[in-house]
Design a protein around this ligand. Structure first.
Ligand code: SF4
Ligand code: SF4
Length: 177
């Protein structure tokens, strides 16, 4: 029969010797390999208890930013959505009314803001396009889940905690505490 490759080896079919039939040399050989690995550095880590350091250019989950007074920075201009190559961002703009100056920095704000994390390729173009420093990619992952809907992040999932009313949560989100 014609061989498909030249890697075929003919197998010896001679009867086993007495020592081979005891399997002891093979067992010791296997145990030696096992013991050798007990003293070598483990290449895996115990995630999530243990985490590898991120690259300085790592881009993770998006955060909608607030200013130092806790007001939402986003003015719903749509530049991030236009810049997004994956068409992952959608939003609805609304006009700020009197009395809402403490909530929104600009006269227009995002009443609805969504990012589909299943589409997102974490390229960071939305962050670069934003003229208001209103969105940035953090060093966190989008946690795994079982349903597709949970990967559509709404505004309340993306907004950073308020630095005025939730200073410790804000510091934790920024990674400064
Ligand atoms: S990181 Fe890139 S793909 Fe993801 S939402 Fe921003 S622009 Fe779109
Ligand atoms: S995040 Fe920035 S670019 Fe996107 S709509 Fe808001 S202000 Fe505009």
């Amino acid at each position: 029969m014609q061989a498909l490759t030249n890697r075929a080896k003919s197998v010896s079919r001679r009867p086993m010797t007495f020592m081979e039939s005891l399997y002891l040399p093979s067992i010791f050989k296997g145990m030696a390999i096992t013991f050798k690995h007990m003293f070598t550095k483990n290449p895996t880590i115990n995630y999530p208890e243990e985490k590898r350091p991120f690259s300085p250019v790592f881009r993770g989950l998006h955060v909608l930013n607030r200013d130092e007074e806790g007001r939402e920075r986003c003015t719903a201009c749509g530049l991030c959505a236009v810049a997004c190559p994956a068409e992952a961002i959608t939003m609805e703009a609304a006009e700020r009314v009197e009395g809402e100056e403490v909530l929104y920095r600009e006269e227009k704000y995002a009443a609805k803001y969504e990012i589909n994390m299943l589409r997102c390729i974490f390229c960071g173009l939305c962050e670069e396009a934003c003229p208001k420093d209103a969105i940035y990619l953090s060093e966190t992952f989008a946690p795994s889940n079982f349903t597709r809907e949970t990967f559509i992040y709404k505004k309340q999932d993306l907004l950073i905690p308020n630095p005025v009313t939730q200073p410790s949560e804000f510091a934790a989100a920024k990674g400064t505490n």
